[in-house]
Write a protein that binds this ligand. Structure first.
Ligand SMILES: [Zn+2]
Length: 88
């Protein structure tokens, strides 16, 4: 009798997770390309490890985090919430 409710919740979680996955994939494929040796914004040298770790990287860590904070205000709060629930 009570089973239906929790199952609905689980399915919804899975749907959210796969949408999130698709968005992540779309984002990472957009980002792919040539990794720059120097930051596009401040011309700081980008370490090779970072270029390997982040395919198509264009910004140094500092500029990247400044950018990330820029869109984090609206979207990251939600993303973090679902990420946490996936990890558990
Ligand atoms: Zn920079």
């Amino acid at each position: 009798m009570a089973g239906g409710w929790s199952r609905d919740g689980a399915v919804q979680d899975q749907i959210d997770a796969s949408i999130e996955d698709a968005v992540k994939r779309a984002r990472s494929s957009l980002a792919k390309g040539e990794s720059l040796k120097r930051c596009e914004e401040c011309a700081a040298k980008i370490p090779e490890a970072r270029r390997i770790a982040v395919p198509g990287v264009r910004l140094c860590v500092q500029c990247q985090s400044a950018h990330d904070e820029g869109d984090a205000f609206t979207s990251t709060i939600n993303r973090r919430g679902s990420k946490d629930s996936q990890l558990r």
